[in-house]
Each structure stands twice: as structure tokens, then as C-alpha cells.
Design a binder for this molecule. Structure first.
Ligand code: 5AD
Ligand code: SF4
Length: 464
């Protein structure tokens, strides 16, 4: 996986994003919480909202499980590794319950495993699936009232998870979920099961929040959804996705609008036109192909062929300003022959992605592909993954070499430990490490000239 486009898909960083409570959980300022997140940006942002709910009830976030009375894990289950991780983590906190701590599991794993979590880890008190977050405040209230087995596992909710307070982790870029759940039915994917059906958030509520974010000093917003471009405004305004992009960009104070993840079937020309007409909409589209073989795409139920996917690529490449394209690829899907895999390799040659995230197919519970014949052995999946990544490295090396000497506007996100070293992101979401003599740059936009490039990194200088 490329670090260059670190947009957080499946990072599994285990970051202690947000944290809660003392004995029996406490309203009114007595509780402390620790919240650990594994997973994608949607998960990270759900955690920000969960933290907001707890903070507004008087809880204090702490850095370690030891310091917390409420320990929460928000976990992803898109691939098996992530799902296993939560159980090993829960094991570590077995004794904590004896100390009067309350332990909860949130997110996709909670949705998937449901009450089985109580059987496997009886020390857990709260299980709340990602489709039921709108019920979280009530669930917390039940815990506060002394209830020791609280669950939220409905998937038929038509509500989106909106909170009064969201505790955001990055002071410059704000994530904002505009659509929850997924109505596609990719045969390998747990999301429709764990996050429930698609629900779009009201455009006026989104725009109000973007306004508040701008007032708080955020200049970049990233609109999130599993299929963000399937957005359909439920209010009488009936904004489509491209109209929403333009309206968000118009909010005073907003300088950059990002969005992820787009589904190729819903990627329509008006989205490219919106990007062309509004420079604040970032020059980057993440468009997961998953495979370059139409046969495999059919088995995956991806709703497009290789040719239809490539038509979308041509449309994006023909835009009046360059737009970077990144993708997700799964190797070793059941029945993927060598010739199918070669078509995926040729897709890479044809599109020349700016970055890609690649995964070995992982059979997941409740998905149609679980029972498909012709499983690919793990070893062969590993070989294909390595071949794919080698090819991409080669493509990225070439592309990066061509960037040496070019200047990018970068939103400065961090400072490295080494003196005068900073890093930030271009509008196309390339991460640039650069040197600058400036004293303070965090959160500002600066011009950086690329001086050196490797397959996975770009180094530059701040032109003062
Ligand atoms: N196995 C492997 N990769 C998967 N993804 C989703 N489900 C699976 C699975 N069962 C990948 C897809 C998706 C990304 C977020 O995770 O490529 O786009
Ligand atoms: Fe999963 Fe497919 Fe929906 Fe993406 S579009 S979340 S891969 S079902």
C-alpha cells in the first residue's frame, strides 16, 4: 500500500482516537473514556462522533485504557485480520472489568458478531453496530443507569448518525459523512450487512455543519461515504452529489473539498464538470476497480465491465485540469484465473494509477462469495499481490520522476522530528515531505517544489 496517498483506508493503526467513564459509567463529568479505532476513515469519523456524544454527556477522554472507566473499541471487519484483532484486544482487557471498568465494542465487528461477542467475551457490556449509532446516546444512558448488557444491532434504521458535538482529531481537515450504509451488493463485502442500507444526510444539515466547520477554522472538508457519489438528498431540494460538491465549495472559508469513496457505476460526467468548474474541489478521484477482468467483476457483482470502467477513466483523464486517480484492487477472488489476473495487471498499465490499495481476497461471513467454488490458495494470493505491487511501484516511480521540478500547493499537516522538516498534502492528496526555514507552518497553505522522488515518497522545498 502506498504511503503517499495516505487517505486512511484500512489503516489499522489502532489509534487511541477518542476516549470514557468511572464505576458504572457516570453522567455529569465523573466518567472517563478511552476509545480505540481500527479501520477506515468512516470508522475514524464515527469515533469522532462517538467521542462527541460522550463529551457532551460530561465524559473526559483519556489516553490509556488504564485511566478510563469506559473502554471502547470501534473496529472494522472488512477483512478477517481486523476482525480477529478486536478479540485479541478484548482478551487483554478481561481483568479490567473486575476493576469496575465498562468495556464496549462498536462498529462493523459489533454488527457482525452481535450478541456472540457476549458469549466469547462475557466481560463486554456494550455492543453497538455501525448501523445503530444514532441510538448510542440512549445506550450510554442505559449504561449510566446501571444496565450491564446493552445492545444496538438494528440494520433497518433509516436514520443517519448526527450529533450535536463531534470531537475532530485533525484541526485543519474535517471529515463529514454524507451518506451511510450501502445499497450495492458486491459479493465479497460485509458493508451492506454491517452498515445497513444507504441513507443520505439532508443537504441543509450538511451545509450547516460545513459552515460551522469553516467558522472553527477548518479549511478542508472531506465528504465520506462507502459510495459517496450515490448521494441523494432526502430533502425537497433534491441535490445530487455534484450539486452538493459545488455548494460545499461555496461555503465561505472552505478552500478544499475532497470526497471518497466513489463507485464507478455512479460516477457521472457532472462530477467531472463540477471539478472542472470549481478549483476548490480537489484534483483526486478514488475509483476502486477491484479487478481488470470483466468475468471476475461479474462474479464480484460490481455492476460494470472492464470497458465501462475504462470509459469513466477516459472521462476523468479528459478533464480540463489533471485529476489524480487511485484505486482498490482485490487479488485472488474465487475463480480468478491467471488470465484474469493478467487483465488486472494490464488495467494498471492502461490507467497508470497514481496510487493503489491492494488486498488479498478475504472470505467474510454473510457474503455471497463465501460459498463460491475455486478458492485461490493463500500462497498464490500472496504471489499475485506481490506481482501487482511491484508493477505499481514501477508505475509510481516513473510518475514521480516526472514530478521533480514541479510546484504544488500543500496544506501543512505536520512537522517531522528533524529540524526544518515538514509534511503536507497537495490537492491531489499526494503527501510531500519538505524543508522550510519558516518558524511556524502548521495549518497553512504553502508552495512546495519537488526536489527528489522515490516510488513512495516525494521530497521538496518550501519556496519562501
Ligand atoms: N477481501 C479483500 N478485500 C476486501 N475489500 C472489501 N472487502 C474485501 C474482502 N472481503 C477491499 C475492497 C474495498 C476496500 C475498502 O477493501 O477493495 O474497496
Ligand atoms: Fe462494499 Fe461494494 Fe458497497 Fe463498496 S460498493 S461498500 S465494496 S458493497
Amino acid at each position: 500500500m502506498s504511503k503517499l496517498f495516505d487517505f486512511g483506508l484500512e489503516r489499522l493503526t489502532g489509534q487511541p482516537a477518542l476516549s470514557g467513564v468511572v464505576k458504572g459509567v457516570a453522567a455529569g463529568g465523573r466518567g472517563t473514556f478511552f476509545l480505540e479505532t481500527f479501520g477506515c476513515q468512516m470508522n475514524d469519523h464515527d469515533s469522532e462522533k462517538v467521542a462527541g456524544v460522550l463529551l457532551s454527556r460530561g465524559y473526559v477522554q483519556v489516553e490509556t485504557p488504564e485511566a478510563a472507566s469506559l473502554i471502547l473499541y470501534n473496529t472494522c471487519s472488512i477483512r478477517e485480520k481486523a476482525a480477529q484483532k478486536v478479540f485479541s484486544r478484548l482478551g487483554e482487557y478481561r481483568e479490567k472489568q473486575d476493576e469496575g471498568k465498562i468495556i464496549g465494542v462498536l462498529g462493523c465487528v459489533a454488527q457482525q458478531e452481535g450478541e456472540d461477542i457476549f458469549a466469547r467475551a462475557p466481560w463486554v457490556s456494550l455492543v453497538c453496530g455501525s448501523a445503530s449509532y444514532s441510538k448510542l446516546p440512549q445506550m450510554i444512558a442505559e449504561l449510566e443507569a446501571g444496565n450491564h448488557r446493552v445492545t444496538g444491532l438494528d440494520t433497518d434504521t433509516d436514520e443517519t448518525f448526527e450529533t450535536e458535538v463531534t470531537r475532530r482529531d485533525n484541526p485543519w481537515r474535517a471529515y463529514l459523512t454524507i451518506i451511510e450504509g450501502c445499497d450495492k451488493a458486491c459479493s465479497y463485502c460485509v458493508v451492506p450487512y454491517t452498515r445497513g442500507p444507504e441513507r443520505s444526510r439532508a443537504s441543509d444539515s450538511i451545509l450547516r455543519e460545513v459552515g460551522q466547520l469553516a467558522d472553527l477554522g477548518y479549511s478542508e472538508v472531506q465528504l465520506l461515504g462507502q459510495t459517496v457519489n450515490s448521494y441523494a438528498d432526502p430533502t425537497p431540494r433534491r441535490m445530487c452529489f455534484s450539486e452538493l460538491l459545488l455548494a460545499v465549495a461555496d461555503v465561505p472559508g472552505i478552500r478544499r473539498v475532497r470526497f471518497t469513496t466513489s463507485h464507478p457505476s455512479d460516477f457521472t460526467p457532472d462530477i467531472v464538470e463540477a471539478i472542472e468548474s470549481q478549483p476548490k474541489i480537489c484534483d483526486h478521484v478514488h475509483l476502486p476497480a477491484q479487478s481488470g477482468s470483466t468475468k471476475v467483476l461479474r462474479a464480484m457483482q460490481r455492476t460494470y465491465s472492464r470497458e465501462e470502467y475504462l470509459e469513466k477513466i477516459v472521462m476523468i483523464r479528459n478533464a480540463s485540469r489533471p485529476i489524480d486517480i487511485t484505486t482498490d484492487i482485490i487479488v485472488g477472488f474465487p475463480g480468478e484465473m491467471e488470465s484474469d489476473f493478467e487483465q488486472t495487471l494490464s488495467l494498471l498499465d492502461e490507467v497508470r494509477y497514481d496510487s493503489l490499495f491492494s488486498f488479498k481476497y478475504s472470505p467474510r461471513p454473510n457474503t455471497p462469495s463465501l460459498v463460491m467454488p475455486d478458492a485461490i490458495p493463500e500462497e498464490e494470493k500472496g504471489r499475485r499481490l506481490a506481482v501487482l505491487q511491484d508493477k505499481q511501484r514501477e508505475i509510481q516511480s516513473r510518475k514521480h520522476e516526472a514530478l521533480v521540478g514541479k510546484t504544488f500547493e500543500v496544506l501543512v499537516n505536520g512537522k517531522s522530528r528533524r529540524e526544518n522538516q515538514w509534511f503536507g498534502y497537495s490537492t491531489s492528496h499526494r503527501m510531500l515531505n519538505f524543508t522550510s526555514q519558516a518558524q511556524e507552518l502548521l495549518g497553512t497553505y504553502v508552495q512546495v517544489r519537488v526536489t527528489r522522488a522515490g516510488p513512495n515518497n516525494l521530497m521538496g522545498e518550501h519556496n519562501v
